[in-house]
Design a protein around this ligand. Structure first.
Ligand code: SF4
Length: 64
């Protein structure tokens, strides 16, 4: 599973970091930063999928 982000769409809400801190972080302006574009751990993969679902800006995409 691959993760892509669109930081230009991010509204700095922070939900992705709350649900998947192993994958996402925020820069000094609160904009999403991707730590791990291809997590191997199944729980982390599921957390990243959940982040993509709840992101209010639809700035996170997952690809199988
Ligand atoms: S959940 Fe979406 S809008 Fe919020 S910080 Fe993460 S990428 Fe940005």
């Amino acid at each position: 599973m691959k993760i892509e982000i669109e930081p230009e769409k991010c509204i700095a809400s922070g939900q992705c970091v709350v649900v998947a801190e192993q994958v996402f972080d925020q820069d000094d302006d609160g904009i999403v930063v991707l730590h791990d574009a291809e997590p191997g751990d199944a729980a982390v993969v599921e957390a990243a999928r959940n982040a993509a679902r709840i992101c209010p800006a639809r700035a996170i995409h997952t690809h199988d």
